[in-house]
Design a protein around this ligand. Structure first.
Ligand code: DLL
Length: 432
């Protein structure tokens, strides 16, 4: 097997990983009890003291934390270290309510960058690689995380940030970037631009590390084919550190969770009950090594499945599936649960690009659902009859998937604004 970054940790035996988790959890609970009055109060309300948590088997006793807690405790209420010991903040890209601000000590940054370095090595990255980081830099964790990881691996790092597509392509061709890190929607846009400019022969990319938003298997295939690369998923969230909480390996069958730093649970999002391995439910993380922002049992709202089957790559840490949607992304339209990922899978199956917008409104006390989707240059037509027939086919396919009527509006290629970061797919006018 190829030697990779932190190989001893990533291929440790189950017994060793369990031992790390038990020991670190006990220490972390004591740290939080001693330093985070907000969480201590939550534990006291449940009649708990650190002595009640002897290992991972007791984890289920601890109270959950949610985004509401983060907002309530904003900005300093969940700090586990004096501010003087913190060296950085990052913040969520959320558009509603108060932003979430996460704090890091130098130790926290080091561990986070280790996680991102593992992700880069897992896609075949090494010292000889040129890593183009086109995630946003700044408050968003994407740029900073992959940048730090690329340095640890020893790649030549191109700190591009997102946007300025001309410059991205110029550096990509001139400097021979071999690894591209950005959101999948920006990767699709870059692929489209490379195609249009006839640059395919001039790029040397071999792999992409794409995450921060949902993307389907079909979108992966499209990006892989148009760029001639392998496209790997990476997952993370600001509250837990940023990208690199979990990452894909060569098997491309789910993302290994860095279990030496994070304990993952799957719960029933309605009851909070812990579900057995292999069940679909809400992902919950407990940070067992972080100092400054040590969240315990944080509810991510991401719906997914964990998998403990051995992986052909040799890594022993369990894997998570692609998130199948966020429980708070779920739209309720005419009383029916609709996930944007369901709509996307229908569009991609029918040969449309992942450039679409979902518009929900309420007219005469009744919900309406409209999907605006671009035609491809290949199936583009300005014949009204042809467009009507294409729209009818999509309406039928969406009805079969969702069980409700969605109006479809086909628009010309390039009509919908391209995204350089996370794509905005949903416009819910009921909330405006
Ligand atoms: O998106 C961190 C990140 C940066 C991950 C770069 C990967 C690459 P936030 O802005 O806090 O952090 O958003 C976190 O994004 O709860 C998921 O709902 C979603 N998300 C992140 N990665 C994926 C992924 C960053 N691979 C929220 N697939 C998470 C689907 C993802 N959704």
């Amino acid at each position: 097997m190829k030697k990779y970054y932190q190989v001893e940790i990533e291929t440790a035996s189950r017994a060793q990983i369990d031992a790390w988790q038990n020991e670190r959890l006990v220490k972390q609970v004591q740290h939080v009890w001693d330093n985070v009055p907000y969480y201590r109060k939550k534990m006291e309300e449940k009649g708990l003291t650190p002595a009640d948590i002897q290992g991972v088997a007791d984890l289920h006793k601890l109270p959950f934390l949610t985004k509401d807690d983060l907002r309530e405790a904003y900005p300093y209420g969940l700090l586990g270290k004096p501010l003087n010991d913190c060296v950085r903040i990052q913040s969520t890209s959320g558009t509603t309510g108060k932003r979430v601000v996460a704090f890091y000590t130098q130790h926290d940054i080091d561990l986070w960058e280790d996680c991102c370095a593992r992700a880069i090595v897992a896609v075949g990255g090494g010292e000889e690689d040129v890593c183009q980081v086109a995630y946003g830099y700044g408050l968003f964790t994407g740029g900073a995380g992959l940048h730090g990881g690329a340095h640890k691996v020893g790649c030549l790092t191109l700190p591009m940030s997102s946007g300025n597509t001309d410059r991205q392509l110029q550096f990509m061709t001139d400097l021979g970037s071999t690894i591209l890190c950005c959101t999948p929607s920006y990767a699709a846009y870059l692929a489209e631009s490379i195609q249009e400019r006839g640059l395919r022969d001039q790029i040397r990319l071999k792999a992409g590390i794409f995450g921060a938003e949902a993307w389907s298997q079909k979108m992966r295939e499209d990006i892989q084919n148009s760029l001639g690369i392998k496209a790997y998923d990476i997952y993370g969230l600001t509250e837990i550190s940023g990208p690199g909480v979990a990452y894909e390996c060569e098997a491309q069958t789910g993302m290994h969770i860095n279990e030496d730093h994070f304990i993952a649970e799957i719960i029933d999002p309605n009851t909070g009950e812990v579900l057995p391995m292999g069940s679909k439910g809400e992902l919950v993380f407990t940070c067992i090594t972080k100092e400054a922002f040590p969240l315990l049992r944080y509810r991510t709202r991401d719906i997914c499945v964990l998998n403990a089957e051995p992986c052909p790559c040799g890594r022993t840490h369990i894997k998570m599936s692609k998130p199948m949607g966020r429980s708070d992304d779920m739209l309720i339209v005419k009383g029916v649960n609709v996930f944007p990922s369901q709509i996307e899978s229908v569009l991609l199956e029918q040969g449309y690009p992942a450039n679409y917008q979902i518009i929900v409104d309420r007219v005469n006390h009744s919900d309406t659902l409209e999907v605006m989707v671009e035609m491809t240059p290949e199936n583009f037509s300005d014949s009204l009859a042809k467009i009507t027939s294409m729209e009818k086919n999509l309406v039928a396919a969406l009805k079969a998937m969702l069980g409700i009527y969605a109006k479809v509006r086909l628009v010309a290629p390039k009509t919908i604004a391209r995204s350089e970061g996370k794509a905005v797919r949903i416009i819910d006018k009921r909330k405006i």
